[in-house]
Every structure is written in structure tokens, then in C-alpha cells.
Design a protein around this ligand. Structure first.
Ligand SMILES: NC(=O)c1ccc[n+]([C@@H]2O[C@H](COP(=O)([O-])OP(=O)(O)OC[C@H]3O[C@@H](n4cnc5c(N)ncnc54)[C@H](OP(=O)(O)O)[C@@H]3O)[C@@H](O)[C@H]2O)c1
Length: 334
């Protein structure tokens, strides 16, 4: 007779094995970037390269011998990430730490000055950095923009426009904007881009809705930005595309996820969440794969073009560009 102790041990082991097998099966649909071209002599900038998807993207580029500028808000974290990569990959490529805080227009301008002083051209800019912060925390950037609008959209908008000269010199060159399929849940309300009413409601409720509108809206702005910029850059040899890395296990949700969420949601996380490395595949694909050279203004997911379900509107696209420029010029919310 099988003892009850054996049965007690067999049940959790079977569950773990079953989840492991299901995860393996599920991960077969998560595409990999197959191009392995040598990138020696090419210069990449990755914002937020010290963590998660940005870090894994940097590792993949260094493996292909690229020069990578780690544009990070905390220079100590950038240096630590570089030291960790160098332990894994002692030679090849070049890794350069630089300070960039996307929540400050002055920091962005200072970063661009330093880049311009040291580099004649930039081959690929990867706008990867991002935050998800509960609206009830009412966090603002240095100029007072709502934090998702300020960092995820306006910071990268300003950075990209200031680097266009260097990207033109490297043509054919690329800009990759790490958005999310959550852009399909976003909304652009020109009357309240800084989400004053949503923030007041969240503060009154003293709790946040599960879906963070600030984040989704900023990811929608990323997608609009790519479409508008692609139009402006036609004929320059600079491709600009957006991508979604998929739902990944990274530090992104550190402000919104508590320890008990991990316990309650563990099976879902285990089944559906990619590692940061798996998430980086589409970013690396958009940044390096020659088969998509000349494609611009598109959205990618799983190393393939993704047809967004969002009903993009040309008037909104143009207005968002103009309002973004105005906000940056005014250096304050309008
Ligand atoms: N994880 C997902 O499931 C998922 C899904 C879809 C899209 N994405 C997108 O993927 C991108 C990377 O996110 P992740 O998941 O890799 O998250 P992560 O591990 O938290 O990495 C985010 C990076 O952005 C940096 N960052 C935040 N605020 C910054 C600022 N003001 N200035 C400069 N850098 C700043 C962070 O720096 P610190 O380390 O100093 O905070 C970190 O390096 C984001 O754009 C995110 O929206 C992620």
C-alpha cells in the first residue's frame, strides 16, 4: 500500500511538473530573434538598460559585439549592470554608462550634450525605460507632469527629437519604442492629459483600480508617437517602430504588486509571464533584424508585425505631437 506521506509529496510535485510542462508548451509561441549579425562598430543607446528587458537587450547586443550606451537614471546601477555583464561576457562590444533621468527635461538635454560631445552618430536608439506607479501616489516629474505621461511619453519624445541629427548621420538607422499591447486600453483626453480627475478619485478612494490608466495612456502615446515620427522621417533612412515585449517578470510592477499577489497569482504568473530575456527578443529583433529594414511606423510583437486593435485617428496623432511639443516648450503642464 502507498503510504499517505508519498501521496502528500506526489500531489505538489505533480502540480509543479504539470505547470512546468504547460509553461514549456506555452513558451513555444514566444518568438525568438534569429538574426545574429555582428554589430561591431554600431552604437546603440538603451534607456533603462540596468534592469529587466533593457538589461537583457543590452546583453544580446553586446554578444553581437555592439557598443551600448546604458542611459540610466542611477549611474551606480548602470555601472553594476555593466560589471555583471562583463563577468558573463569578458570580451566583445563596448559598454558605456551614462546618466539620464527621463523625469527631468534638463537631465535629458544634458545627456544629449554628453552624447553629442562623444559620438558623431547613433545607429539605434531604444526607448525602453518605463514606470508603472499607482495613481493614488500622485507622482510627478520635475516639471510637474503626471509621471507616466512625463517619463514614458514626453521624456522619450524630447530625447528622440534631440538625437535625430545623430541618427540621420548613421542612416540607415533605427528607433525602437518599447510600448505595450496595453496601449489598446489607453485613451487620449486632451482636456486632462495629466489625469487630474483620475488621480483625485484614486486619492479619495485611497485605492487604485487594477488597471492603471496612466500607464496604458502613455503606451498609447508611444504608439501614436511612432506613427507620427515615421511620417516625418520618410526618406531619411531612419526607421521607427513600436513593440510589445509581452507580459514579463521584471521590476516594472514593484510599486503595485504585494507579496500576497505572488502567492495568489503564482500559477498565472508561471504560465503566462515571460522572463526578461524572453521579453527582450522582439526588442532585439526590431533593433537589429535586416529583414525589416525600411519598415517604419509599425507595431511588433513576437518578432512579427502586430495588427493593433486600437482605432488610431490621424487628427489625434497630429494634435498629440503638437501638444507634446508645446508642453516641452512651456516646461510645465498646459
Ligand atoms: N514587464 C512587462 O510585462 C512589460 C510588458 C509590456 C511592456 N513593457 C515595457 O518594457 C519596458 C521595460 O520595462 P521592464 O519590464 O524591463 O521594467 P523594469 O525592470 O522596471 O525596467 C525599467 C527601466 O526603466 C528605468 N527608468 C524608470 N524611470 C526612469 C527615469 N525617470 N529615467 C530613466 N530611466 C528610468 C528603470 O530604472 P531604475 O532601475 O533606476 O528604476 C529601469 O532601468 C517599459 O517601457 C515597459 O512599459 C513591459
Amino acid at each position: 500500500m502507498v503510504s499517505s506521506q508519498v501521496i502528500y509529496a506526489a500531489v505538489p510535485i505533480s502540480v509543479i511538473v504539470a505547470i512546468g510542462l504547460l509553461r514549456k508548451w506555452k513558451s513555444r509561441s514566444w518568438a525568438k530573434c534569429l538574426s545574429n549579425t555582428c554589430l561591431r562598430g554600431k552604437t546603440f543607446i538603451i534607456t533603462g538598460a540596468n534592469s529587466g528587458i533593457g538589461l537583457e537587450t543590452a546583453k544580446a547586443l553586446v554578444r553581437r559585439k555592439a557598443r551600448v550606451i546604458f542611459a540610466c537614471r542611477d549611474i551606480a546601477k548602470a555601472k553594476q549592470a555593466i560589471a555583471d555583464i562583463r563577468r558573463e561576457q569578458p570580451s566583445g562590444g563596448e559598454l558605456i554608462p551614462m546618466q539620464l533621468d527621463l523625469s527631468s527635461l534638463a537631465s535629458i538635454e544634458n545627456f544629449v550634450e554628453v552624447v553629442k560631445a562623444g559620438f558623431y552618430k547613433i545607429d539605434v536608439l531604444i526607448n525602453n525605460a518605463g514606470v508603472v506607479i499607482p495613481l493614488s501616489q500622485d507622482e510627478k516629474t520635475k516639471e510637474g507632469f503626471e509621471v507616466h505621461l512625463g517619463i514614458n511619453h514626453l521624456g522619450h519624445f524630447h530625447l528622440t527629437n534631440l538625437l535625430l541629427d545623430l541618427l540621420k548621420r548613421a542612416s540607415p538607422s533605427r528607433i525602437v519604442v518599447v510600448s505595450s499591447t496595453l496601449h489598446e486600453k489607453g485613451k487620449i483626453d486632451f482636456e486632462d492629459l495629466n489625469l487630474r480627475s483620475e488621480i483625485e478619485n484614486a486619492k479619495k478612494r485611497k485605492s487604485d483600480a487594477r488597471h492603471n490608466p496612466g500607464y496604458s495612456n502613455s503606451k498609447l502615446m508611444n504608439a501614436y508617437f511612432v506613427r507620427a515620427l515615421a511620417d516625418r522621417l520618410r526618406g531619411t533612412g531612419i526607421d521607427v517602430n513600436a513593440c510589445c515585449p509581452g507580459f514579463c517578470y521584471t521590476n516594472l510592477f514593484r510599486h503595485s504588486i504585494r507579496w500576497y499577489h505572488y502567492v495568489l497569482m503564482a500559477p498565472i504568473f508561471l504560465l503566462f509571464m515571460r522572463s526578461a530575456k524572453q521579453g527582450s527578443e522582439t526588442v532585439v529583433y526590431c533593433a537589429t533584424d535586416y529583414s525589416i529594414e525600411g519598415n517604419s511606423g509599425k507595431f511588433y510583437r513576437d518578432c512579427a508585425e502586430y495588427e493593433s486593435k486600437y482605432p488610431f485617428d490621424k487628427e489625434v496623432e497630429v494634435k498629440l505631437w503638437n501638444v507634446s511639443e508645446e508642453m516641452i516648450k512651456a516646461r510645465k503642464p498646459l
